[in-house]
Design a protein around this ligand. Structure first.
Ligand SMILES: Nc1ncnc2c1ncn2[C@@H]1O[C@H](COP(=O)(O)OP(=O)(O)O)[C@@H](O)[C@H]1O
Ligand SMILES: [Mg+2]
Length: 420
């Protein structure tokens, strides 16, 4: 029996902790720093790499890294140097996410399908370039910007002001020292996530996020307002194309370039005319996609994490998935993604129907009470025999949760239904 340390404090980390604690090989799952829903919380922040390593060492932990920041900071390299077992990509491998420019260049030289692009550090030249194009563009800050560094433009004027925002006003700090200007691809977006050991990659179940704050994909982008799995948007044929042309190509090209990619590889995909284009890579699970995906896992996730670290994924049986659909509705604090209040009491957890799981994100415990502590607060997740019944079950559970600032989308999963 081993202990596991899950690093992070979101709904993703609650879901990972929940799943890992079901493994017969796992003794105790610690979460650092965790939230109001996770057990065995350890008050060490995700950027305190020394503190985390020290805890993992003293408690004999296998560590699982949830979010991108510690991966980009090299937590895996650090743990490996200390002889600690840790699931996730090295700092070099994490560049697929931590530098969008690095990722675009990588895709270009390895012929992985992505939107055409140019790179700029000079605002004047960037603006001239935009004026010379006869298509709409997306302007992206190079570095990590907590999901805010991408501006999808509807006109030249919008593109010029986006260049100003990122490159001149430095709204995202040094993450915007360089920008990508790429062609806007209009299509349908979906997430494709695989688990790699550096040699092979096994697909996770397909899923779709809902990024905008309001129903019908209106309003500003958020961290994600809900997700469901599987998504009919990625049928078997398309899954095969993405697996071969994107995921396997990426893993093999990384290896050829001397970088072993271990961990979750997430491709944000835009599908246009049946063809996939990579919008970006993430080097970890998506949040909220993790919640419905985890709920459908019919295998011991701990075994797969160990095999990723050891490079032995090919010796495991194929990952099997519950045939049911899963839907996660994110409950946010009113005002998110702008300003919102904290410390509001949330009730109703005991009335949630059996089978549904309320994954916590921005919550904290205060005595017996659960208080809000972030923009995205809870992820109510439920299974159902069909996508429609999973939607019904997730919303029935959502209705039981009560707090004054509760806000959620009413149409999670509808995009999938319209495809069936
Ligand atoms: N080339 C593109 N064409 C159309 N939309 C895009 C393009 N690139 C990004 N987007 C949109 O912007 C969102 C955020 O971009 P992404 O590259 O995923 O960065 P991040 O998640 O780091 O903010 C995507 O989910 C997608 O909706
Ligand atoms: Mg993204």
């Amino acid at each position: 029996m081993v202990n596991v340390l899950v690093i992070g404090s979101g709904g993703r980390e609650h879901a990972l902790s929940w799943k890992l604690s079901q493994s017969s090989k796992v003794e105790t799952v610690f979460t650092a720093p965790g939230n109001g829903g996770t057990e065995n919380n350890v008050p060490i922040s995700v950027d305190d790499l020394d503190g985390l390593a020290d805890f993992a060492q003293k408690n004999n932990c296998f560590t699982v890294v949830g979010p991108e920041d510690p991966l980009a900071a090299g937590i895996v390299d650090k743990f490996n140097k200390l002889g600690l077992r840790v699931f996730g990509p090295s700092r070099q491998a994490a560049q697929l996410e931590s530098s969008k420019i690095w990722a675009k260049d990588f895709m270009k030289r390895n012929e992985i399908p992505t939107a055409r692009f140019e790179i700029f550090d000079d605002a004047q030249k960037a603006q001239e370039y935009v004026k010379s194009l006869d298509y709409n563009v997306v302007v992206k800050a190079d570095g990590l910007a907590a999901g805010k560094g991408v501006i999808v433009c509807n006109s030249n004027d919008e593109a010029i002001s986006a260049i100003q925002t990122i490159l001149v006003n430095k709204t995202f700090g040094d993450a915007g020292n360089r920008i990508i200007i790429e062609e806007r691809i209009d299509g349908i977006e979906a997430s494709y996530i695989a688990l790699s050991d550096g040699d092979i990659a096994i697909p996770m179940a397909s899923s779709q996020d809902h990024k905008r704050i309001f129903d019908n994909d209106e309003g500003p982008n958020t961290g994600g307002m809900g997700a469901y799995s599987p998504t009919p948007i990625i049928d078997d044929n398309l899954a095969k194309i993405i697996q071969e042309e994107v995921i396997e190509k990426t893993i093999h090209a990384m290896k050829k370039e001397g970088i072993v990619f271990k961990g979750f590889l997430y491709a944000g995909i835009m599908i246009q005319d049946g063809k996939p284009y990579v919008l970006e890579y993430n080097v970890r699970m998506g949040d909220p996609e993790c919640q419905p995906i985890t709920m459908r896992m019919d295998f011991d996730l701990y075994d797969y994490f160990v095999a990723s670290v050891d490079g032995t994924l090919s010796s495991l049986p194929p990952a099997t998935w519950k045939s049911q659909s899963a839907v996660c509705v994110v409950l946010a604090s009113k005002g998110y993604p702008e300003a919102y209040s904290k410390d509001d009491e949330i009730t109703g957890f005991d009335s949630v129907p059996e089978g549904a799981i309320v994954f916590h994100a921005g919550t904290k415990k205060s005595g017996e009470k659960i208080l809000s502590n972030g923009g995205r607060v809870l992820g109510v997740t439920a299974l159902g025999d069909t996508l429609q019944s999973a939607i019904t079950n997730a919303y029935a559970a959502t209705d039981k949760i009560i707090w004054s600032q509760k806000f959620h989308r009413k149409d999670i999963g509808q995009k999938g239904l319209s495809y069936l």
